[in-house]
Design a binder for this molecule. Sequence first.
Ligand code: B12
Ligand code: SF4
Length: 603
Amino acid sequence: MRIVLIHPNYHSGGAEIAGKWSPAWVAYLAGYLKAGGYTDIRFIDAMTDDLTEDQLRAELAKEKRIDVVGCTAMTPSIYKAERALQIVKEMHPEAVTVLGGIHGTFMYNQVLKEAPWIDAIVRGEGESVMLNLVESVHAGRWPNDRGQICGIAYREGEKVVATKPEPPIRDVDTIVADWSILDWPKYIYIPMNTRVATPNMARGCPFTCSFCSQWKFWRDYRVRDPKLVVDEIENLVKVHKVGFFILADEEPTINKKAFVAFCQELIDRKLGILWGINTRVSDVLRDEAELPFYRKAGLVHISLGTEAAAQLNLDLFNKETTVAENKKAVRILRENGIVTEAQFIMGIDSETVETINETYLMAMDWGADMANWSMFTPWPYSDLYREMEDKVEVLDFEKYNFVTPIMKPKNMSRGELLDAVMNNYRRFYMRRSLFHYPWVRDPVRRKYLLGCLKAFLKSAYERKFYNLGKVGYWGPQTIKKLKWQFDHSRKLDEKVDFGDVASWKSRSARKESEAEARMKNAEAELGLDMGDAKRTVAAPQKKTSLLAHANVNDLAQGAAACGGGGDQQMSEAEMEAVLNRAREHAATANPSRAAGNPQMPAD
Ligand code: B12
Ligand code: SF4
């Protein structure tokens, strides 16, 4: 049984600017298939190798016969994935073409109609469903018994059939990744100039943020035995020379016992590897006492879903956190030597230049090391989508990538939105690179931050950041001429599967009361008057942000202390100059660097 797995060639200049990332889905799927007896697997990473269609054809031409081919797709990469499978079908009509990943999971009706050459869509967690499908093909039962395989969708004439969902894999320890399927030398994380992996300790998320669909995708929250996860990491370090990892988990810390055991195991094995996670502010506050221990285990970067400066938006997003909690989380992480990245979602209907500016002031006031402003993206299968469906004008999923303004705020054009977000980036990173990163005392943090700055400036210089080159953005003077290249012929199929969450959706009275209690605690601890913030929950039409409450002068001074207003776009030359000055500062702040200290990033 020859199996080929393909990662489609899609790029959008967001998170990927940090380097070339090794895809986890391939490792977990290949490991599971191999354990099931299917070992003849090849992986084509068209994204990392930036393969053109002709180059993909050339790779596929090397295959004598393919039995099953699997391609992954998140929402923005769906058309590229459909096209890759079409090419496979043209060249290898004998191959059973399979699509997996989040987009097809909920949008199988539409995908099977627009790409009839796809034989099956695997919905949700992929391992056991794919193994059942491969076994069926191997046993010659495909396609006759496909209706017996849970968790897939396929076409039967003009009709789309979705079989019963496959239950989530209960014993996640039965999933053993095979990372040897990857061609390792090419997966480099620019900030640390080392190989990078995204192992997965826990799947799922017990929260239900309205803009997100990851909690629906994985359904139940399950965590692997921390010792086995560290076995996997030890293998990545020792066999594949991985020097940095980010847990692919949505919520790695909610099970504190497992997370502490994971950290202890990393410490005991003295792997000396640095790593990062995405997590929730509430977990950081809960684990304040353990932060030094987490840092000792190598945790150096935490990306926080702080999302919005305004409490209204946090409530709209169902984040169950408060602005005051966000501020405290950033502070205690910084005090414990962990790099903090605040994430904001921009571009909801009520967004204005002022509210975008507020998030900049917030990020500065909190003292976040990094900040990231993503465009609000209305996944058509998310809960929030259903509330705003009539306002969604763009259904070209290729642009659903966090960097393109899919939604046009009521009082701003898309160009103004992008420009205001770019203004935040320019101001924030200009000040951080001049007044913060080079002066960080801890050499590990400093090296890391300067490495991130390097990745950021490299992508800005290459005009890849936020697809700025593609849309033609060169600063405020160009906002009326931007080329969004939306394909308006794309429409939404009525039959979106919103996920059968009724039986397991976890938002409950308990969670509401916990969230309320947390708000009160944070209010008491920080001495902030949260009255209006709460009132915005009851009266959302009157948007009042906490900023209106906090001492705005203090915030403005905080920003001024870092260099003041500055609305101009940085030119490429200026960016290079900033990087050079940052290097000089770093060398002065740490003379051993000038003498070639290997602790510091290579230039
Ligand atoms: C690591 C990561 C990345 C890495 C990608 C590394 C790589 N080469 O794969 C980088 C940093 C490059 C990246 C970039 C982007 N990302 Co990203 N990323 C993630 C993250 C944090 C983890 C993904 C992961 O590895 N999960 C673990 C694996 C095991 O799960 P999985 O991929 O879902 O695979 C399972 C199933 O989906 C299924 N499956 C998947 N593929 C296939 C294929 C077949 C054939 C089968 C049978 C099954 C199957 O089986 C697998 C095992 O169960 C997720 C958030 C999260 N916590 O999941 C976001 C996430 C996937 N990213 C997202 C987005 C939007 C992007 C960007 C567009 C953002 C941007 N502009 O930068 C880009 C697009 C990059 C691209 N060209 O594809 C969104 C997708 C949302 C959506 N609904 O489509 C997510 C969910 C973040 C979010 N919270 O919204 N990302
Ligand atoms: S906490 Fe994160 S993963 Fe969980 S539902 Fe919210 S945004 Fe999604």
